[in-house]
Ligand binder design. Structure first.
Ligand SMILES: Cc1cc2nc3c(=O)[nH]c(=O)nc-3n(C[C@H](O)[C@H](O)[C@H](O)COP(=O)(O)OP(=O)(O)OC[C@H]3O[C@@H](n4cnc5c(N)ncnc54)[C@H](O)[C@@H]3O)c2cc1C
Length: 501
């Protein structure tokens, strides 16, 4: 919707020093609440609008029971909080971090992710930073909602669906609020945090703005997951903070420790592999997971507490709101899954969302309502902090999908155009090489976790001469015996044919 000139905006305000910016955040999931909390604490007046009710449940187990939302179906899927996200929580939202720990979220020090073959298991300087948080996503959201509801300068309005942008015509148009099913809400700045299915381009078209520039790379997997609770605290096959994600020849399977003695498991086959549709049946899910001994051992000590949650429609996407150095609109920014989604098996979404929220606060502090400068600065932050992980994921997935298709269908599919060289060279190692060498060598293991934990840009690690030399030496010195025993095709087919008792 276009409103008359002057109806929106904060005419004449200067950078950072002329009072708070009135900000509307569309979407109150992780990205929306991270940003809202940080913005409110920086002194801005923030209103969060979400189409779903956002009142916190009375306790975290009720939150888990009611967690599924059609608008954000990933909330019930396994979520690890990677080291970058944990570190940003500790630095920027220490009360949220403390509340997560108080709620039973478990820290997973690097030592708990150490491969069994690693001989030198001694701690090294910097290991502390490479710690993950293990939680159900519903527990994370429960803590965020409780914190947001208690936060001064922050109004949370659930049950309000944003339907468009209020804007002043121009080249580009200037956004001054949103229209909703409960009336218009005016603001100096609108943040789109409506997630992977954001209607932002429809909203932009309605105000005669340029469309955003979206890059896409195939992710290609579907998720089937289930939550469990440990029956015992002793004689477990590994630490309860275990995270083992195995890219097998025909599918991916993973287990993640959660909060309060919960564990989450997922089977992630190729979308087009119809054999795996049967794993939506709990008996088949269990039978398939049991074909891999390490997961069978976990299944022996835990009880299912949810149905199977399937999820498809997963993509690697990167959206830019500045096209040809020009913002598509001023007074409008986006973060979280609206801007970037990546293959969930590497668990990068929450860290990207929190990093972008922190970048947003800093950019507003620096540029205030010089809206075009703000938009350009935020786009540069996307180049620095988001795009490297999107490109890395696109490359990793391109290689993995080609491998899966070869193994399953015997076809050599045309590989997606790699965005970076992916063959091993003297000047670069690949993610896959790093992962292989990380199983044996303590130095490469830490370099690998710098990428996994998002504490370094992937390319900085892949092109580090010391890492390259060590990785190639380690691969030469060790045979490529797989660490995880895989099922034969016959065993897999027998499991997939399991009949529900
Ligand atoms: C299977 C799976 C597993 C994942 N695992 C991990 C992991 O291990 N670690 C990790 O860090 N990340 C993981 N992610 C990514 C993570 O879930 C997201 O990055 C994260 O949820 C951030 O999302 P968001 O807040 O941007 O969007 P969403 O969580 O999608 O939230 C969007 C919000 O906007 C609201 N909304 C939508 N439209 C409107 C509208 N028109 N008006 C008002 N409100 C609206 C919705 O109700 C919703 O609350 C995973 C994702 C998937 C799919």
């Amino acid at each position: 919707m276009i409103v008359a000139e002057g109806e929106s905006g904060r005419a004449g305000a200067g950078a950072g020093d002329e009072g708070p910016v009135r900000i509307v955040v569309a979407g109150g999931s992780a990205a929306g609440l991270f940003a809202s909390l940080l913005l409110a604490r920086a002194g801005h007046e923030v209103t969060v609008l979400d189409r779903d009710p956002l009142d916190p449940a009375p306790d975290l187990e009720s939150a888990a029971e009611d967690a599924f939302r059609a608008a954000a179906p990933q909330i019930v899927q396994p979520h690890a909080v990677l080291p970058l996200c944990r570190e940003l929580l500790m630095q920027r939202l220490p009360d949220v971090y403390a509340a997560l720990i108080a709620a039973g979220v478990a820290e997973a020090p690097l030592s708990t992710q150490m491969p069994p073959l690693m001989r030198d298991r001694s701690a090294r300087p910097g290991d502390e930073r490479l710690t993950m948080l293990m939680t159900r996503r519903s527990t994370m959201d429960w803590v965020l909602r409780r914190t947001a509801h208690a936060q001064p300068n922050l109004t949370v309005r659930g049950g309000v669906q944003v339907s468009g942008l209020l804007a002043t015509a121009g080249q580009p148009p200037h956004v001054g609020g949103v229209s909703t099913d409960h009336g218009d809400v005016h603001a100096d700045l609108v943040i789109d945090a409506t997630g992977r299915r954001s209607p932002i381009d429809r909203w932009l078209a309605a105000i005669d703005a340029t469309q955003t520039a979206v890059s896409e790379a195939e992710c290609g997997v579907a998720y089937y997951s289930r939550h469990f609770r440990l029956r015992t605290t002793t004689d477990l096959p590994g630490p309860p903070t275990t995270r083992i994600v195995a890219g097998l020849d025909e599918f991916t399977v993973g287990i993640w420790g959660g909060d309060n003695a919960t564990m989450l498991m997922a089977i992630a086959p190729l979308v087009e592999d119809k054999r795996f549709r049967a794993v939506a049946d709990p008996a088949v899910f269990t039978a398939v997971a049991r074909t891999v001994p390490v997961y069978a051992a976990w299944l022996d000590v835990m009880e299912p507490i949810t149905p199977i949650y399937p999820m498809g429609g997963l993509h690697n996407t990167l959206r830019r709101l500045v096209v040809d150095r020009t913002p598509v609109a001023t007074g409008l920014h986006a973060l979280g899954d609206t801007v970037c989604t990546t293959n969930p098996t590497l668990g990068r979404g929450l860290a990207l969302a929190l990093q972008s929220a922190a970048d947003l606060v800093e950019a507003i502090d620096q540029h205030g309502d010089r809206w075009a400068d703000l938009a350009i600065a935020l786009d540069e932050q996307v180049s620095d902090h988001v795009e490297p992980f999107y490109r890395d994921q696109a490359d990793i997935d391109g290689q993995r999908l080609a491998m899966l298709r070869r193994a399953i269908f015997g076809v050599t599919s045309p590989q997606p155009e790699p965005t970076e060289p992916t063959e091993p060279t003297e000047a670069r190692v690949t993610f896959a090489q790093l992962r292989t060498a990380a199983m044996h060598d303590p130095v490469v293991f830490r370099a690998f976790w710098q990428v996994m934990g998002m504490l370094s840009r992937p390319d900085d690690i892949y092109t580090d001469p010391a890492v390259i030399a060590r990785t190639l030496d380690t691969i030469r010195d060790h045979d490529a015996t797989p660490l995880i025993v895989q099922p034969s095709r016959e065993a897999l087919h027998a499991a997939l044919a399991t009949k529900t008792p």
